[in-house]
Design a protein around this ligand. Sequence first.
Ligand SMILES: [Zn+2]
Length: 114
Amino acid sequence: MYAWKRELLTFAALFAGGGRPRAAGGDVSRVPVVEFQAADSRTETAIGEGLTRLARAAGRLRVDTAVGKYAVAHDDGCGVCGVAVAAGDTFYLDSDAGEILCETHGRERRGEDD
Ligand SMILES: [Zn+2]
């Protein structure tokens, strides 16, 4: 019973970790800030199925969009400085805070979190 439960929690933590990003020390549950290298448009960017949980946790998951089956919404721009995300821009998603961050503030937050 306990082993089964732990297994499930481990899986959930791994899944929440999404793609590449990993925290120093390997605690994937502490990596809420995901980097996106190039936005698809000013308002949303297509994501893989593996990131849908993070996008949903942030309240930013969009389904069946113009850019793809799953997308993360970022039409409100950076949560710190308010700068808009343009197509082709690097941006970050802080799934804990539910915020989009520009390249500068995304890097800053990831640095602080590590
Ligand atoms: Zn910013």
